[in-house]
Design a binder for this molecule. Sequence first.
Ligand code: SAM
Length: 280
Amino acid sequence: MTEESPALYVVPTPLGNLADITPRAVDTLRAVDWVACEDTRHSAPLLKRFGGSARLMAAHEHNEEAAAQQVIARLNEGESVALVCDAGTPAISDPGARLVARVRAAGHRVVPLPGPCAAVTALSASGLAEPRFLFYGFPPAKAQQRENALRELSGLPHALVFYEAPHRIMETVAALLAVFGPERTLVLARELTKLFETIHVCPLGEAPDWLAADANRQRGEFVLIVSGAPPTPPDDAEGERVLKLLLDEGLPVKQAARLAHAITGAAKKTMYEMALRRRG
Ligand code: SAM
């Protein structure tokens, strides 16, 4: 299967540093007949730089259905099409998903190329050890909707990944703090791959002051990652209930405490002290 055979190629493009385009993406952009892009003025210089001679067609959130029909018509003619967005991976907080679905439903191949994505780039340098993450994208712009959305996420143990634009960064960080509290870790990854790339990690409670201390810190594009909710401490009340049952059955203090800890997760020391008190 060559990159020239008719298919829709989903092609990630750099987030800022043009050197981040992959050789395969360059080959694909040079080989295809058409490039479907969010903004033809934005993508034309990129194609020119990489020597592509493909014709451009617009595929943005307001014309995605019509663009899909156009792409399918080109594929039916045996031509190949690349889908790009302004920066990063199409369909990740960007248009593309509906177009891909239509193309696949029409029976054509969809070939994804791996490449730049702001969320993954930020996660890789976050240092957060959570084994799982949840990609949210842009939080709702309206305060009440944003708070509701964040509340739904607040108990999850996964790292939470948000996108945000500079004009909303202060209010979004304030909302994260209000819902998640001051202790969870916030990773602010700003202007990734660009000249003023900044990755700042701090407790959420310190983030508003850090941003306010220098207006430059509020500029550019942001990925925000909040550490997952800490595990809820085991319930001592449940430990005490089980401990009482075990002691009532006549088990020795040490054994009852050990079993109550094993069954409920309550701290062994606490169970032992409770057992001693109960036995007088
Ligand atoms: N499709 C893109 C991707 O794969 O990451 C995301 C596009 S979305 C419309 C734009 C948002 O992505 C920005 O507002 C910002 O939150 C994030 N973003 C894009 N480039 C970035 C960069 N260089 N540094 C930090 N965040 C970036």
